[in-house]
Design a protein around this ligand. Sequence first.
Ligand code: ZN
Length: 247
Amino acid sequence: MNKTIRVTVWNEFLHEKQNPEIAKIYPEGIHGAIAKYLGSKPEFKVKTATLEMPEHGLTDEVLNNTDVLIWWGHMAHDRVSDAVVDKIYRRITDGGMGLIVLHSGHYSKIFRRLMGTSCGLRWREAGEKERLWVVSPGHPITAGLSEYFEIEHTEMYGEYFDIPTPDQLVFISWFQGGEVFRSGCCFHRGRGKIFYFRPGHESFPIFHHPIVLKVIENAARWAAPVDGPRPPTIVGAPNVKPLEKLQ
Ligand code: ZN
Protein backbone atom coordinates (compact mmCIF):
# COMPACT_ATOMS: atom_id res chain seq x y z
CA MET A 1 0.00 0.00 0.00
CA ASN A 2 1.52 3.29 -1.09
CA LYS A 3 1.74 6.23 1.28
CA THR A 4 -0.97 8.86 0.88
CA ILE A 5 0.24 11.91 -1.04
CA ARG A 6 -1.32 15.16 0.17
CA VAL A 7 -1.77 17.49 -2.81
CA THR A 8 -2.86 21.13 -2.79
CA VAL A 9 -3.96 22.49 -6.17
CA TRP A 10 -3.50 26.26 -6.27
CA ASN A 11 -5.15 28.46 -8.88
CA GLU A 12 -5.32 32.24 -9.10
CA PHE A 13 -8.94 31.57 -10.21
CA LEU A 14 -9.62 34.84 -12.02
CA HIS A 15 -10.11 33.91 -15.70
CA GLU A 16 -12.92 31.51 -14.78
CA LYS A 17 -14.69 34.21 -12.71
CA GLN A 18 -14.23 36.99 -15.25
CA ASN A 19 -14.81 35.24 -18.57
CA PRO A 20 -17.98 33.17 -19.18
CA GLU A 21 -16.33 31.30 -22.09
CA ILE A 22 -13.57 30.07 -19.79
CA ALA A 23 -16.09 29.31 -17.00
CA LYS A 24 -17.87 27.05 -19.50
CA ILE A 25 -14.68 25.02 -20.00
CA TYR A 26 -13.88 24.94 -16.27
CA PRO A 27 -17.15 25.33 -14.33
CA GLU A 28 -15.36 24.36 -11.11
CA GLY A 29 -12.19 26.25 -12.01
CA ILE A 30 -8.96 24.82 -13.36
CA HIS A 31 -8.07 23.78 -9.80
CA GLY A 32 -11.43 22.01 -9.54
CA ALA A 33 -10.79 19.99 -12.73
CA ILE A 34 -7.32 18.87 -11.59
CA ALA A 35 -8.48 18.18 -8.02
CA LYS A 36 -11.40 16.10 -9.25
CA TYR A 37 -9.13 13.90 -11.37
CA LEU A 38 -6.45 13.40 -8.69
CA GLY A 39 -9.10 12.94 -6.01
CA SER A 40 -10.46 9.94 -7.96
CA LYS A 41 -7.17 8.11 -7.24
CA PRO A 42 -7.11 6.56 -3.75
CA GLU A 43 -3.45 7.42 -3.31
CA PHE A 44 -4.05 11.18 -3.25
CA LYS A 45 -5.67 13.40 -0.64
CA VAL A 46 -6.47 16.61 -2.47
CA LYS A 47 -7.25 20.18 -1.36
CA THR A 48 -7.56 23.38 -3.37
CA ALA A 49 -6.53 26.96 -2.61
CA THR A 50 -6.98 30.20 -4.54
CA LEU A 51 -5.51 33.71 -4.70
CA GLU A 52 -8.40 35.54 -3.10
CA MET A 53 -8.54 33.35 0.02
CA PRO A 54 -6.79 34.73 3.14
CA GLU A 55 -3.03 34.11 2.69
CA HIS A 56 -4.05 32.78 -0.76
CA GLY A 57 -5.29 29.68 1.03
CA LEU A 58 -1.69 28.75 1.83
CA THR A 59 -1.52 29.11 5.60
CA ASP A 60 1.26 27.43 7.60
CA GLU A 61 -1.21 24.71 8.47
CA VAL A 62 -1.99 24.04 4.78
CA LEU A 63 1.64 24.22 3.60
CA ASN A 64 2.94 22.02 6.42
CA ASN A 65 0.37 19.40 5.45
CA THR A 66 1.05 19.54 1.70
CA ASP A 67 3.40 17.04 0.06
CA VAL A 68 2.95 18.42 -3.45
CA LEU A 69 1.75 21.87 -4.46
CA ILE A 70 0.37 22.33 -7.99
CA TRP A 71 0.50 25.92 -9.27
CA TRP A 72 -1.59 27.61 -11.98
CA GLY A 73 -1.36 31.39 -12.34
CA HIS A 74 -1.44 33.79 -15.28
CA MET A 75 -2.75 37.34 -14.92
CA ALA A 76 -2.05 38.10 -11.26
CA HIS A 77 1.44 36.81 -10.45
CA ASP A 78 2.26 40.17 -8.83
CA ARG A 79 -0.71 39.87 -6.45
CA VAL A 80 0.85 36.84 -4.74
CA SER A 81 2.35 38.05 -1.47
CA ASP A 82 6.12 37.87 -1.07
CA ALA A 83 5.65 36.52 2.47
CA VAL A 84 3.67 33.55 1.10
CA VAL A 85 6.28 33.00 -1.64
CA ASP A 86 9.01 32.94 1.05
CA LYS A 87 7.08 30.30 2.96
CA ILE A 88 6.53 28.14 -0.13
CA TYR A 89 10.23 28.44 -1.00
CA ARG A 90 11.30 27.25 2.46
CA ARG A 91 8.74 24.47 2.50
CA ILE A 92 10.21 23.19 -0.80
CA THR A 93 13.94 23.58 -0.12
CA ASP A 94 13.90 22.68 3.56
CA GLY A 95 10.69 20.70 3.98
CA GLY A 96 10.97 18.73 0.74
CA MET A 97 7.53 19.68 -0.61
CA GLY A 98 7.20 19.02 -4.34
CA LEU A 99 6.04 21.75 -6.74
CA ILE A 100 4.37 21.27 -10.12
CA VAL A 101 4.26 24.50 -12.11
CA LEU A 102 1.76 24.53 -14.96
CA HIS A 103 1.86 26.53 -18.20
CA SER A 104 1.81 30.31 -17.51
CA GLY A 105 3.11 29.62 -14.02
CA HIS A 106 6.53 29.97 -15.71
CA TYR A 107 6.26 33.65 -14.75
CA SER A 108 5.08 33.06 -11.17
CA LYS A 109 7.16 34.54 -8.36
CA ILE A 110 7.87 31.14 -6.85
CA PHE A 111 9.10 29.56 -10.11
CA ARG A 112 11.29 32.55 -11.00
CA ARG A 113 12.76 32.54 -7.51
CA LEU A 114 13.54 28.82 -7.69
CA MET A 115 15.08 29.17 -11.16
CA GLY A 116 16.96 32.44 -10.64
CA THR A 117 16.41 33.42 -14.29
CA SER A 118 13.78 35.48 -16.14
CA CYS A 119 11.80 32.37 -17.27
CA GLY A 120 10.82 34.30 -20.42
CA LEU A 121 9.70 32.59 -23.62
CA ARG A 122 7.96 33.37 -26.93
CA TRP A 123 4.26 32.62 -27.49
CA ARG A 124 1.37 32.75 -29.97
CA GLU A 125 -2.31 32.09 -29.43
CA ALA A 126 -3.51 30.53 -32.69
CA GLY A 127 -5.06 27.27 -31.48
CA GLU A 128 -2.44 25.20 -33.30
CA LYS A 129 -1.45 21.58 -32.72
CA GLU A 130 1.25 20.52 -30.25
CA ARG A 131 3.08 17.19 -30.20
CA LEU A 132 4.92 16.38 -26.98
CA TRP A 133 7.76 13.87 -27.37
CA VAL A 134 9.04 11.81 -24.45
CA VAL A 135 12.81 12.36 -24.30
CA SER A 136 13.42 10.51 -21.00
CA PRO A 137 11.85 7.07 -21.45
CA GLY A 138 11.88 5.27 -18.12
CA HIS A 139 11.42 8.47 -16.12
CA PRO A 140 8.60 8.00 -13.56
CA ILE A 141 6.70 10.96 -15.05
CA THR A 142 6.31 9.02 -18.32
CA ALA A 143 4.65 5.97 -16.72
CA GLY A 144 1.91 4.61 -18.99
CA LEU A 145 2.68 7.00 -21.88
CA SER A 146 3.56 6.31 -25.53
CA GLU A 147 6.47 7.88 -27.41
CA TYR A 148 4.51 11.09 -27.86
CA PHE A 149 1.09 12.59 -27.30
CA GLU A 150 -0.77 15.40 -29.00
CA ILE A 151 -2.90 18.36 -28.03
CA GLU A 152 -5.08 19.34 -30.98
CA HIS A 153 -5.54 23.03 -30.18
CA THR A 154 -3.28 25.01 -27.91
CA GLU A 155 -1.32 28.17 -27.35
CA MET A 156 2.28 27.94 -28.57
CA TYR A 157 5.27 28.45 -26.24
CA GLY A 158 8.61 28.57 -28.06
CA GLU A 159 12.31 28.58 -27.24
CA TYR A 160 14.36 30.20 -26.06
CA PHE A 161 12.89 29.42 -22.62
CA ASP A 162 15.13 31.24 -20.14
CA ILE A 163 15.52 28.61 -17.43
CA PRO A 164 18.63 26.89 -16.04
CA THR A 165 19.37 23.59 -17.81
CA PRO A 166 16.88 21.14 -16.26
CA ASP A 167 18.19 18.28 -14.12
CA GLN A 168 16.05 16.01 -16.29
CA LEU A 169 14.22 16.96 -19.45
CA VAL A 170 11.15 14.75 -19.89
CA PHE A 171 9.21 16.29 -22.80
CA ILE A 172 10.02 18.39 -25.85
CA SER A 173 7.11 19.95 -27.75
CA TRP A 174 6.82 20.51 -31.45
CA PHE A 175 4.28 23.07 -32.67
CA GLN A 176 2.56 23.24 -36.00
CA GLY A 177 3.97 26.73 -36.57
CA GLY A 178 7.54 25.41 -36.40
CA GLU A 179 8.72 26.20 -32.87
CA VAL A 180 9.97 23.74 -30.26
CA PHE A 181 9.91 23.98 -26.46
CA ARG A 182 11.23 22.16 -23.38
CA SER A 183 7.79 21.24 -22.04
CA GLY A 184 8.53 18.93 -19.14
CA CYS A 185 11.46 19.96 -16.95
CA CYS A 186 12.60 18.51 -13.61
CA PHE A 187 14.66 20.44 -11.08
CA HIS A 188 15.95 19.73 -7.57
CA ARG A 189 16.26 22.56 -5.07
CA GLY A 190 17.42 21.55 -1.58
CA ARG A 191 15.18 18.68 -0.49
CA GLY A 192 12.43 19.61 -2.94
CA LYS A 193 11.59 18.50 -6.46
CA ILE A 194 10.06 20.78 -9.07
CA PHE A 195 8.38 19.84 -12.33
CA TYR A 196 7.50 22.46 -14.93
CA PHE A 197 4.80 21.23 -17.34
CA ARG A 198 3.87 23.45 -20.27
CA PRO A 199 0.31 22.52 -21.36
CA GLY A 200 -2.62 24.40 -19.91
CA HIS A 201 -3.86 27.57 -21.60
CA GLU A 202 -7.13 28.63 -19.92
CA SER A 203 -9.21 28.99 -23.10
CA PHE A 204 -8.61 25.38 -24.24
CA PRO A 205 -9.88 22.27 -22.39
CA ILE A 206 -6.31 21.08 -21.70
CA PHE A 207 -6.98 20.01 -18.10
CA HIS A 208 -9.65 17.60 -19.35
CA HIS A 209 -7.09 15.89 -21.66
CA PRO A 210 -6.52 12.38 -20.24
CA ILE A 211 -2.79 12.26 -20.93
CA VAL A 212 -2.18 15.75 -19.54
CA LEU A 213 -3.96 14.67 -16.35
CA LYS A 214 -1.99 11.42 -16.29
CA VAL A 215 1.29 13.35 -16.51
CA ILE A 216 0.21 15.60 -13.61
CA GLU A 217 -0.66 12.46 -11.61
CA ASN A 218 2.73 10.88 -12.38
CA ALA A 219 4.51 14.15 -11.56
CA ALA A 220 2.73 14.41 -8.20
CA ARG A 221 3.96 10.93 -7.35
CA TRP A 222 7.52 11.77 -8.48
CA ALA A 223 7.61 15.13 -6.65
CA ALA A 224 6.37 13.80 -3.29
CA PRO A 225 8.92 14.10 -0.47
CA VAL A 226 11.09 11.08 0.34
CA ASP A 227 11.94 11.97 3.94
CA GLY A 228 15.69 12.03 3.29
CA PRO A 229 18.33 13.97 5.22
CA ARG A 230 18.02 17.67 5.89
CA PRO A 231 20.88 19.47 4.14
CA PRO A 232 22.76 21.71 6.58
CA THR A 233 23.30 24.50 4.06
CA ILE A 234 19.63 25.46 4.22
CA VAL A 235 19.95 26.73 7.77
CA GLY A 236 23.46 28.14 7.42
CA ALA A 237 26.94 26.77 6.80
CA PRO A 238 27.88 24.90 9.97
CA ASN A 239 31.45 24.33 11.11
CA VAL A 240 31.56 20.59 11.81
CA LYS A 241 33.65 18.14 13.82
CA PRO A 242 35.26 15.26 11.86
CA LEU A 243 33.54 11.87 11.93
CA GLU A 244 36.91 10.06 12.21
CA LYS A 245 39.85 10.85 14.45
CA LEU A 246 42.26 13.08 12.51
CA GLN A 247 45.89 12.11 13.37
ZN1 ZN B 1 -1.62 30.63 -21.84
